[in-house]
Design a protein around this ligand. Structure first.
Ligand code: SF4
Length: 65
């Protein structure tokens, strides 16, 4: 699975980074880094990644099978 991120929609709330800190992080300017952007999410991060996508309040994350 992959998780796509709509950077234009992201508002830097950081809920994704709380749910999946191994996949998402925010810098001091609340800019999101997706550590597996365009790549397969490793097995050990998949459950957390799904939770992160569900937690995003603006729907900026989408799970792609
Ligand atoms: S939870 Fe959504 S809006 Fe917040 S940083 Fe993550 S992708 Fe962006």
């Amino acid at each position: 699975m992959k998780v796509s991120v709509d950077h234009a929609r992201c508002e830097g709330h950081g809920l994704c980074a709380e749910q999946a800190p191994g996949v998402f992080s925010l810098n001091d300017d609340a800019e999101l880094t997706h550590h597996f952007e365009g790549a397969e999410i490793p097995d050990e991060h998949r459950t957390a990644s799904r939770a992160a996508a569900g937690a995003c309040p603006v729907g900026a994350l989408r799970v792609v099978s």
